[in-house]
Design a protein around this ligand. Sequence first.
Ligand code: S3P
Length: 437
Amino acid sequence: MTTLLKGSIPDKITMEPVKGLMGELEVPGDKSISHRTVILGSVADGITEADCFLWSEDNIMTVEAFKSLGIKIDKKNSQVIIEGKGLYGLEEPNDILYTGNSGTATRLLAGLLAGQSFFSVISGDESLRKRPMSRVVNPLSLMGARVYGRDGGNFAPLAIIGSDLKAVEYSSPISSAQVKSAVLLAGIYAEGETSFIEPYKSRDHTERMLSAFGADIAVNNKKVYVKGRRQLKGCKVSIPGDISSAAFFIVAALITPESELLIKRVGVNPTRTGFIDLLLKMGGNIEILNKSEKSTEPVADILVRSSRLHGIDIKEYDVPRAIDEFPVLCIAAAAADGRTVIRGASELRVKESDRISNIAEGLRSLGARVEELPDGMVIDGGHGLSGAVVKSYGDHRAAMSFIVAGMVASGFTEILGTGCIDTSFPDFMDYLKRVVI
Ligand code: S3P
């Protein structure tokens, strides 16, 4: 199996308290947008070029999958160049498509492959094979797709017999950009107009990018409509810095005593900035500067200074816009004065790990007062953290969050299982070393 980057980060990292984070940095390109660039570029006509592509393990899985589907994809420094073959140009792969740890690659590919004229199988690593797939298999089946998996279609490997799809109007019980994107990608192959609605708006990169690639797509608040069987056209994509990667630096700068950090060229799409709003509510000193629009996405510089944070109540409607930032937000809550209550976040249990139990366990080992709830957590912060051994459970965002915790915990914090950081941010420790004082 391709694990192209394994080894670039050691599997155990020891941290000790730091004074702060000082200076400037630019984080690597956005993971979600990098996946979508490859997917849409492959089924568009002509060349798609993107700068600041994220060459992390998750995105390499998507690149390799599309190479197996007959697409020529080149890497030039941080650029990716895709020779799209049009809507009907993909070829039947002669082996399984291995998506590693990537839920996004798996679920978006399932949507795209459902409408092809060939057979394919998608599978990933141990964590991926435990993650629910019925959330995409159900709507795709309504469209006429034939997608099969273990446990009645809920777990990968997923076997897909390409079918003639028909448009549906799908009302999703969960707010999920992966589900929405799977349905929209199937929708571009379906006869008629597919629509998708969700309880709260999830990240909208697919909608923005489909529009830039020339799809017939319309958005009305939480509802998206796409007309099927229209050619897409390759284009230039400018990928902003990943706000989910910036999140670790933002929280580290807030909770350490002598920080002033400028993170430049970060994507500030409003469907992704929920955790900035939550940190502002907690009293975080964060300024959004130099806002501009880069191809399809808004970008800005984010200035963060050490802050005295306080606990807040986080509700279900706050969750989708901050979904990937909860692990590090919990570290901020443990460092904040008073109580933070997180509710309506049961989606965290089906991420790369069960992020509720995993983060609660790690924080408790560091001496924090944490109570686990079925759909969230209660964190009584401000009592100090003390160094201990914590485990990532193979979850890249948990590993980076505990590294941040280790910057404020007294003594030494040993984080086990940090190799998985390659999933989204292979150079994380180098970036950190450049700004830590
Ligand atoms: C993603 C959507 C989110 C997020 C994931 C990336 C995407 O998942 O957690 O890391 O790129 O569409 P859900 O849509 O399942 O919440």
